[in-house]
Design a binder for this molecule. Structure first.
Ligand code: 5AD
Ligand code: SF4
Length: 470
């Protein structure tokens, strides 16, 4: 079959993103790196010359999904070769970092394995993969397949990446911090993403200006421990996240600022105060607590107890009464008893979350938790997760219903499932769908909330919003 190309000789890349928002950001940045090499983005692997899997390693089924996807790609590669063409397969992200060579051993069809700190080197890696492919095409055998780069290079990838293009409907991610030094005993991040690193404040501000020039009105600051941010400033001082947020709020055109993910230990007074004083900082905070039991928090090495978390919630709500809180929970950490789990349920009851993510503990090789005694049986984990999710689900629904009747600014992001519908986000990160002209996408418009559900709200665009956005 001949491949009909409407874009001349351009090559195409398909990037599949697993996991968190950091990976969404990284995928955009990989696209930025590949664009000058002539790679256009495509939505399907079938059309691609290069497929990049940007992987997540946080829970075990995440990496298993990657291996089964790689099996399918190997088959596709074989078919291509039979037609005299090729398919380059790259594995990026945290599985790449954690498993390295093991990936090419398990799936020799993989051409490139690249860790999250080495994306700026993709052009060299592709060139080397191409050289190897040419040698193989000439019928010569090569020792060891695949080109690997899972170093933590001394230079920051951020100094080598081209200007960002990743603005979607007015929203952009901006990575300001990477890595983690906290070593929670369940978590692979300190091993896959390396030590905590903060980008200099000037680099962040310059990227923010670029994003605004490219159409961003909402910026979400990203980091594995984003509120541990301590970026060097031009005058030699160190900027905290709060200081950075205030500077970003001063950029003309920035209407909304968000940040994720935070650690309770790094919620300092200044940052709490910023929630009350910076109007652009949205009234929504994702603050993972993981457990409500002091004993389990200790075993998790979270470095705080339930009282510190509850105290933060009080102070945050004093700063910003309508703050919507979100969190992450793990059930079934080794040693978790019924009483420990009850502590978690009581904490959830006490706080009232607007949304939350909850997971069964999953044993990650190399982390201290995986070697702990008293692993919790799967059935117990499942029962606890179901109970917790039922409670969190009720709270999310109640939160959504509590906003019914209000007229709120919604940043519309895309068309909805039903014809004529558009979907966007409230300041509290709730999804709102409403009948509306697609030209409102990328704009903040007023909508009256008319119906609240578990995961979304129905809204009605206020007529005068049309004139404002036109
Ligand atoms: N098992 C289950 N959940 C985990 N998380 C991280 N590691 C594990 C694990 N081993 C969850 C935590 C974290 C979120 C991103 O993923 O809740 O906050
Ligand atoms: Fe993982 Fe804990 Fe670091 Fe978060 S703070 S990335 S859960 S080690």
């Amino acid at each position: 079959m001949t491949d009909v190309r409407t874009d001349g000789q351009r090559k195409r890349v398909f990037i599949r993103t697993y996991g968190c928002q950091m990976n969404v950001y990284d995928s955009d940045r990989m696209a930025d790196v590949l664009r000058p090499l002539g790679y256009a983005m495509t939505d399907t692997p079938e059309q691609a010359d290069l497929v990049v899997l940007n992987t997540c390693h946080i829970r075990e089924h995440a990496s298993e999904k990657v291996y089964s996807e790689l099996g399918r790609l190997r088959d596709a590669k074989r078919e291509r070769r039979a037609e005299g063409r090729d398919l380059t397969i790259a594995v990026a992200g945290c599985v790449a970092q954690a498993e390295g060579e093991e990936i090419v051993r398990r799936q020799p069809a993989v051409d490139i394995v690249v860790g999250p700190q080495a994306y700026h080197r993709l052009p060299e890696l592709l060139a080397e993969a191409e050289r190897k492919a040419a040698i193989r095409r000439a019928g010569k055998r090569l020792p060891g397949a695949g080109v690997l780069d899972t170093d933590f290079p001394a230079e920051s990838k951020f100094d080598h990446l081209p200007a960002p293009q990743g603005v979607r409907a007015g929203s952009a991610f901006l990575s300001i911090q990477e890595g983690c030094d906290k070593f929670c005993t369940f978590c692979v991040v300190p091993y896959t993403r390396g030590a905590e690193y903060s980008r200099p404040a000037a680099a962040v501000l310059s990227e923010a200006h670029q994003l605004v020039a490219a159409g961003a009105i909402e910026i979400t600051l990203l980091g594995q421990n984003v509120n541990a941010y301590h970026g060097e400033a031009a005058d030699g001082s160190t900027w905290s996240l709060a200081r950075l947020i205030r500077a970003l709020a001063g950029i003309d055109g920035v209407a909304r600022i968000r940040y994720t993910t935070s650690h309770p230990r790094d919620m300092d007074d200044d940052l709490i105060a910023a929630h009350g004083t910076v109007p652009q900082l949205m009234p929504y905070l994702h603050l993972p607590v993981q457990s409500g039991s002091d004993r389990i928090l200790e075993a998790m090495n979270r470095r705080h107890g339930r009282d510190l978390f509850l105290g933060l919630v009080d102070r945050l709500r004093s700063a910003r009464a309508d703050l919507a809180l979100s969190s992450d929970f793990i059930v079934g950490f080794p040693g978790e008893s019924d009483a420990d789990f009850d502590d978690t349920m009581r904490l959830v009851d006490q706080v009232g979350f607007a949304s939350a993510f909850s997971f069964k503990y999953s044993r990650r090789p190399g982390t201290p938790g995986s070697a702990m005694p008293d692993q919790v049986p799967e059935a117990v984990k499942s029962a606890r997760l179901a109970a917790l999710q039922a409670l969190l689900g009720r709270q999310a629904r109640e939160f959504n219903i509590s906003k019914v009747g209000a007229t709120v600014p919604v940043l519309f992001a895309e068309t909805g499932r039903k014809p004529g519908q558009i979907v966007g986000k409230t300041p509290w990160l709730q999804s709102v769908y409403a009948e509306g002209n697609p030209r409102l996408i990328g704009h903040i418009v007023e909508a009256r909330l008319i119906e609240g559900h578990a995961n979304s709200l129905a809204g009605e665009i206020v007529a005068r919003a049309y004139e404002a956005a036109a």
